[in-house]
Design a protein. Structure first.
Length: 333
């Protein structure tokens, strides 16, 4: 049987490396990775160390590699991005998240190669319009993100939809609006790590953890809600999409449930067999006015498209994350 070649951009990063893990576990693919590893001390290389990869490509050599492997390549899973919501360099964000993504889209169109790419729930802005999974050009154009990262992702979603509506799309194109993803292989992300990862050292050591106090009378302290999605669910959806070549469009990808940060913290304490201890501090003034108090992915369209896999409940995902990774000698997947 001929093995299929898949390229994962950003494949040494958090979500990308989990997708590599999922593809490697299936055994039906040769997986190439495009990324920067940077300092060995950062540990991104460890995100890949347990999995065979067919090739490793620098971002600067991406399009030369694509040209050389055009006839073997089945799909590009494009997770590479500037993913920090607090990145101050808007030119860097737009060049990486929009201009490069557009160039990759055009290459996939011309080469007849499928494209699955990372969008973000940050495209929904403050959530005032809800989290309706509407990937029409009108619906996507109506979104108002709050930061350059969210704007860059919204811009590419709209570009993709309009191009597809003109018949100028890869044979399969799928954007996934990730909500609050957590799980193994995120240690290198620094301040952008999930809250579960950030509070783990204090939970492990039996100390109190700190969450933001609520400044909205509708929510108690720690009651701010997010749709927390386990990264293993993300790689499961991507693996399914590679088996469902007729599924195209932009889809929400969350758990479909809104849970509080207090729920999340309690789940980490319980998974560590520790008594919960939570303190609250004021939300920083710099982010208070744009702070989201609620996110929840509408998941009906992905289900209607045929995805039947489970979406992991928060307590189950956190227990796996803590016990199999954070508390383990080797925390990498």
């Amino acid at each position: 049987m001929t093995r299929r070649l898949i390229l994962v951009t950003g494949g040494a990063g958090f979500i990308g490396s989990n997708i590599v893990a999922g593809l490697a576990a299936q055994g039906a693919y040769d997986v190439a990775v495009c990324d920067r590893l940077r300092s060995a001390d950062l540990g991104k290389w460890r995100n890949l160390a347990k999995h065979p990869i067919a090739d490793f490509v620098s971002p600067e050599g991406l399009f030369d590699w694509l040209a050389a492997n055009r006839t073997q390549l089945d799909a590009v899973v494009h997770m590479g991005a500037v993913s920090s919501t607090t990145e101050p360099d808007a030119d860097k964000i737009i060049q990486t998240n929009f201009v490069l993504s557009k160039a990759l889209w055009l290459w996939c169109c011309e080469a007849g190669v499928r494209l699955i790419y990372a969008s973000s729930a940050a495209t929904y802005g403050d959530g005032a319009q809800g989290f309706v999974d509407d990937d029409s050009a009108h619906g996507l154009a109506a979104l108002r993100p709050l930061n350059p990262y969210g704007w860059s992702k919204a811009l590419f979603d709209l570009y993709a939809r309009r191009a597809a509506d003109r018949g100028e799309a890869p044979p399969q194109w799928t954007g996934l609006k990730f909500f609050n993803v957590y799980g193994p292989n995120e240690a290198h992300k620094g301040a952008m790590r999930s809250v579960a990862n950030q509070i783990w050292p204090k939970v492990r050591d039996g100390e109190a953890v700190t969450l933001y106090r609520s400044h909205n009378p509708r929510y108690p302290d720690g009651g701010q809600q997010r749709d927390f999605v386990f990264v293993k669910d993300v790689d499961a959806v991507v693996c399914w999409l590679l088996q469902a070549p007729k599924v195209s469009g932009v889809f929400n990808l969350g758990s479909g449930q809104a849970r509080s940060f207090a729920d999340l913290a309690h789940a980490v304490f319980v998974a560590a067999n520790r008594a919960p201890r939570i303190d609250y501090v004021d939300t920083p003034v710099a982010i208070r006015d744009a702070y989201q108090y609620y996110t929840c992915a509408e998941m009906g369209r992905l289900r209607a498209a045929g995805y039947e896999g489970p979406l992991t409940p928060l307590e189950v995902g956190i227990a796996d994350y803590v016990q199999s990774y954070l508390a383990a000698r080797d925390p990498y997947r």
